[in-house]
Structure formats: structure tokens, C-alpha cells
Unconditional design. Sequence first.
Length: 132
Amino acid sequence: EANKDVPLEMFHGRTYRQAQIAQFEMLEKHFGPRILGELAVKRMRDMAAGHVIISDAGRDDEIIPLKEQYGSKAIYYLFVSRPGCTFTNDIRHKLRPEQFMPSHVASIENIHDRDLYESQVLRVLKKWELIQ
């Protein structure tokens, strides 16, 4: 995390963040704004999992292919905020909660130790009946 904005020789003086943004912009230009969601759906088809967590979605267009493939009832949105962490210098943003079913939206603030953070996440997953 701390090195995301450090220029690296392997990226010709760009930072890791700048390299990720450039890669996304190239994909978006050639394949459209839904490309990350489409790639996720393709990858998820090959998985033998009951649930899949996408930990870094940050563009509303990514959600559309997931909803088309799995339906709104299968998509949940847990927004985790943390003091000092924003979308500044990022191409991602906070997803719009209204594109999800209201009962499938939750947020937690990651301001405590890891044990309490895990407890908060588990509480939401139990509320959604995704775990027992």
C-alpha cells in the first residue's frame, strides 16, 4: 500500500498506481467500460465456489455484467471505509448503492483492530445469510 505512489524503474518511472490506471485505460479503450466486469464473469464461470468476493470493485460499469449473469439477488455490496483512505488519485470511486437491492447493501468503518474488523464483516455476512 505504501509503495503504490513510488516511481518504479520496471514501469519506466511510473508508479504502480499509474501503471494500473494505464492498463485499465487501454483495456477500456479497446473493449469498453464494462471490461473488468466481463472478465470477472468469465473467470467466475470456471470457479467451483458458492460465493465469490470481489474486493476492489470501484466502477459502476463493472457491476452490470455481474447483474446480467447472476441477477440482482445474487449481488451484495459491502463498502469498507478507513480513515485516511480515499479515492484521490484513483480511477475508482465509491459504487452507487442504489444499483444494488437495498437489503444487499451495508457499510462498515475499519477503525479498530483486525479482530473487530473481522467481527464486523462476519456480522454483515450473517445478516445476509451468506454464512451461519
